[in-house]
Design a protein around this ligand. Structure first.
Ligand SMILES: *Cc1c(COP(=O)(O)O)cnc(C)c1O
Length: 468
């Protein structure tokens, strides 16, 4: 045993070997030192416990291979790319929307160079960061004015804080929802200082319910998109078009939290239940807010559009400074909005829209190609087939609608499907899919063609790992 201990190289020796090794994973020096120490500690423990008895295992090449693996496992960034094979397009846990190439390019420019972020090039004086996207948002939505904040939760907060702080906000009971990530309408309302007045019942709310709730104290009438929740059966909802005249009659703003919010009218594709932002604005809503990174397919942002006088008031709210968007968001948002100026282009160029609207034939062809790539790479390690399945939009949009897709199914040899699913979380990059009928299933809707080879590689690694 002491013989073995003497074979162990020193920390400094391993560190300088790493310095000289062009293949060593790039890890910042202090982290590298910690990991080398950790590595030597595990080797010492293994020797002490009699698990390591062969001096050959302490040969430099063997040690370097183990050290590389440790550096790769623990020394890399924690925030990392993932292969999304779930078929959920707007997957909040996996980063929601992917940006169009135009938007990525704009972000790169904004990061790499100084910009006119708050500088008016026509006067050479201080400008406003919001002016860059306001016109284009108005043009697309038909609204008089627009403002963008950090996310839609922030948008709802600042709208209520501006219009109803210390006053009452009237909302239907059927719309008092909680969405993922602990966003609850009643809680956000409480934070804004607005007092919630619930009207109607869970399943039915009538116009007279809103009307009867209006008092001296009322600040706004509010509608909330119920996101990933639906009331079905014996139901009655007051539409925005019905609510707007009531608000006008009482001189009260009518506001709508659209949640996902989309500019593209999916009704043309037979996906009819979702309204558009344009329609909400045209219905006469005073303020409409929605997310930038859900179905819209842009960066994380909360977009607020509406009547100029109200938007100006929201802009002057001191909260606006605390909730403001950064330049990368602004760059990505403007580039994405430019794509929306031609809505048919947007359907093809905005990745979120392209994935949601991919045709069944397109997906079937993708599945066949993915299955082929997997069979070639996995050989006898797994059985691979395809079958009809369903994908989801996610992000609270189109909650009960299944989008038809073709799934690629894997049955691994030598390990269970559950073990495979777990092992796939540790591959580089990790692959997230789902289990269906005792198979591991990949939905090609959310996998790009360039990701087929990496997915095959991840599966090969994971099957080897899980079966070991
Ligand atoms: C998603 C959602 C929000 C929150 O939007 P974020 O952009 O995630 O902050 C608010 N309201 C509704 C109805 C939503 O669906």
């Amino acid at each position: 045993m002491s013989q073995l201990f003497r074979h162990l190289p020193s920390t400094d020796r391993l560190l300088s070997a790493l310095e000289d090794d062009p293949l060593a994973p790039a890890v910042p020096r202090p982290l590298r030192k910690d990991l080398v120490t950790e590595y030597l500690d595990t080797l010492r423990a293994a020797i002490r416990d009699g698990l390591l008895t062969d001096p050959e295992e302490l040969e430099p090449e063997r040690l370097m291979a183990g050290l590389h693996a440790l550096l790769r496992r623990k020394g890399g960034p924690r925030f990392t790319r993932v292969l999304n094979a779930t078929g959920v397009v707007v997957h909040t846990n996996l980063g929601r929307s992917l940006l169009a190439p135009e938007a990525m390019e704009a972000v790169q420019q904004a990061c790499q160079h100084y910009s006119n972020l708050e500088f008016d090039l026509s006067t050479g004086k201080r400008g406003s960061r919001y002016s860059h996207v306001e016109d284009i948002l108005c043009r697309i939505t038909g609204a008089e004015a627009a403002l963008v904040v950090n996310n839609n939760a922030a948008a709802v907060l600042i709208v209520l804080d501006t219009l109803a702080s210390g006053r009452e906000a009237v909302v239907s009971r059927g719309e008092l929802i909680e969405i993922g990530g602990s966003f609850r309408i009643p809680d956000v309302m409480a934070r804004s200082g607005a007092r919630l007045v619930e009207v109607g019942t869970t399943n039915r709310t009538h116009l007279h319910d809103y009307e009867n709730a209006i008092t001296e104290e009322t600040g706004v009438l509010m509608k909330v998109h119920t996101s990933n929740f639906r009331v079905v059966g014996f139901t009655k909802e007051v539409t925005l078009s019905e609510l707007v005249p009531l608000g006008r009659a009482h001189n009260l703003p009518v506001i709508e939290d659209l949640g996902s919010g989309n500019f593209f009218d999916f009704a043309h594709l037979g996906m009819g239940e979702e309204t558009t932002v344009q329609r909400s604005v045209a219905s006469g809503a005073d303020v409409v807010s929605f997310s930038g990174d859900k179905v819209l397919g842009g960066p994380q942002a909360g977009i607020i559009v509406g009547r100029r006088e109200i938007i100006e008031k929201i802009k002057r709210n001191p909260l606006n400074r605390a909730l403001r968007i950064d330049k990368m968001t602004l760059a990505a948002l403007e580039a994405t909005m430019r794509l929306y100026l031609d809505i048919d282009e947007a359907r093809l160029r905005v990745p979120t829209l392209a994935m949601i609207t991919a045709s069944a034939q397109e997906l079937e062809a993708k599945a066949v190609q993915l299955a082929e790539t997997l069979r070639n790479r996995l050989g006898k390690a797994a059985e691979v087939d395809t079958c009809p399945g369903a994908s989801r939009v996610g992000g609270g949009a189109f909650p009960e609608r299944d989008l038809p897709t073709t799934l690629v199914r894997i049955r691994p040899m030598g390990c269970s499907v559950d073990a495979l699913k777990e092992a796939l979380l540790a591959t580089t990059p990790p692959l997230v899919g789902r289990i269906e009928d005792e198979h591991f299933a990949l939905d090609p809707r959310t996998l790009a063609h360039e990701e087929f080879e990496p997915a095959a590689e991840a599966l090969a690694q994971a099957i080897a790992q899980a079966g070991a």
